[in-house]
Design a protein around this ligand. Structure first.
Ligand code: HAM
Length: 427
């Protein structure tokens, strides 16, 4: 029989690496709480048209990478429906914002999410078919200040803080403005005209995009096309005064807060819903897939999927890539339990469980051995998984005095049982 394996592009996350995932999520939740964000959890699959209408039909995500199927009707009352595993979470959040009429509160909605996303991409380091994003969105009616450039700057300042607190050093923030939807429409036409003479020399995808959605030409990664793309008109030159002023205010706030950035006029991002500010944080340690996170403003998205006017801005971090970066930065240390409790003889097993229970209830992490192990085997096992070992035999049980051996120093200490938890917690 052939052995079954995890599907291409998916993987199992195992300890000790999962400790990184947990640490990242705990830090992210703590930072989000300080900025007064609340958690949203949307379904893993949605109606296919949600992504077609928000992310955009012409994007790589929608045209090539979605896991889509016809969900067959099971009863007369049901219709067969085209469903899709979410390739990203912004569309789902905005759908939920509309469905639950969150705009009627008149408040800004500050929502974060952590969860799996699915794209049928070519797997490589940092690129998977199931991956996890940690993201956040700020969305609300214009009267709540949702269009303010301060929202953009605050999100970027929060991200700089979060990456610093995660211990990710050496990140780079790239930022651009793609203007209002009118600016983008104007730029698309400028590009369309400019592409007429050069598109025949470009890749097949670009030839198609030159006609259907010229902006997407800027996403092209084909090396031979890059010199051609460099000669195309820049979006910066198509921005109207309001968009220019908005962008200038975002940058001024970042300057004041001391958040460093680089402007990149080609950063239009591979999703159609963006307006005005777009950004990515990259990291050199990641290789080809160097984007730690990406995001931007999407002032027309709610209306595009049938909702009220609700400008917004958000981002999503690739959690897999955060873990890779931390591992590369060598902050990875194996997680060791505080203590290994080794019962001496099988008849000591019940007493050892009781001692482990006492210590665990005091907040210590405890690895419990087995009384059938010889002392040498207990020491060898303990040395691999714990920082210290406590032997529990008849004598220790009777006297109430236990011996703790610390593996890093080699020192043995005698400790009364009543003081053991405090002693172990003290180091
Ligand atoms: P995105 O740029 O498509 O944006 O994805 C955001 C991040 O998710 C990327 O920078 C990367 O770190 C990670 N990522 C994307 N695809 C993969 C993959 N196949 N494997 C591993 N990691 C991946 C969005 O998804 C937008 N929804 C972000 C956003 C939120 N914009 C506004 N609000």
């Amino acid at each position: 029989m052939t052995t079954l394996k995890a599907v291409r592009g998916t993987r199992d996350l195992l300890p000790p690496e999962t400790a990184f995932w947990n640490r990242i999520e705990t830090t992210a939740r703590a930072v989000f709480a300080r900025y007064n964000f609340g958690e949203i959890r949307t379904p893993v699959f949605e109606d296919t048209s949600l992504f077609a209408r928000s992310v955009g039909e012409e994007t790589d995500i929608v045209s090539k990478e979605m896991y889509t199927w016809d969900d067959r009707a099971r009863a007369q009352s049901e219709k067969t429906q085209s469903l899709t595993l979410r390739p990203e979470n912004t569309a789902g959040v905005v759908r939920a914002y509309i469905e639950h009429k969150l705009g009627e509160t008149g408040q800004l909605q500050k929502l974060y999410y952590i969860g799996p996303q699915f794209r049928r991409e070519r797997p490589q380091k940092g690129r998977y078919r199931q991956f996890s994003q940690i993201g956040a969105e700020v969305i609300g009616p214009p009267s709540a200040g949702s269009e303010s450039p301060l929202r953009d700057a605050e999100i970027l300042e929060m991200l700089a803080t979060l990456l610093d607190e995660l211990g990710i050093t050496g990140w780079k923030l790239e930022i651009n403005s793609v203007g209002s939807s009118a600016d983008r429409a104007r730029y698309n036409e400028v590009l369309r005209t400019a592409l007429v003479s050069v598109a025949p020399r470009m890749c097949e995808d670009c030839q198609r995009r030159a006609v259907s959605n010229p902006l997407r030409v800027l996403d092209c990664k084909v090396p031979e096309d890059q010199p051609i793309i460099d000669t195309l008109p820049k979006i910066t030159d198509s921005l109207d005064e309001a968009s220019k002023a908005h962008f200038a205010q975002v940058l001024a706030a970042l300057d004041a807060a001391g958040v460093p950035y680089t402007r990149n006029h080609r950063l239009v991002r591979g999703l159609d819903y963006y307006t005005r500010t777009t950004f990515e944080f990259t990291h050199g340690g990641l290789g080809a897939q160097n984007a730690l996170l990406g995001g931007g403003r999407y002032d027309g998205l709610s209306e595009a999927i049938g909702g009220p006017k609700a400008p917004g801005i958000g981002f999503a971090m690739g959690e897999d890539r955060l873990v890779l970066t931390l591992l590369a930065l060598d902050t990875a240390k194996p997680q060791l339990a505080d203590v290994y409790v080794a019962p001496l003889g099988e008849n000591m097993n019940p007493a050892a469980l009781t001692l482990a229970r006492e210590l665990r209830r005091n907040g210590l992490s405890v690895e419990l051995g087995d009384g059938s192990f010889r002392l040498k085997k207990s020491f060898e096992a303990a040395d691999k998984v714990a920082r210290r070992i406590v032997i529990l035999g008849e004598d220790e049980l009777q006297s109430g005095i236990l011996t703790v051996k610390d593996f890093s120093t080699g020192i043995q200490t005698k400790v009364p049982r009543a003081e053991l938890a405090a002693h172990l917690a003290g180091k």
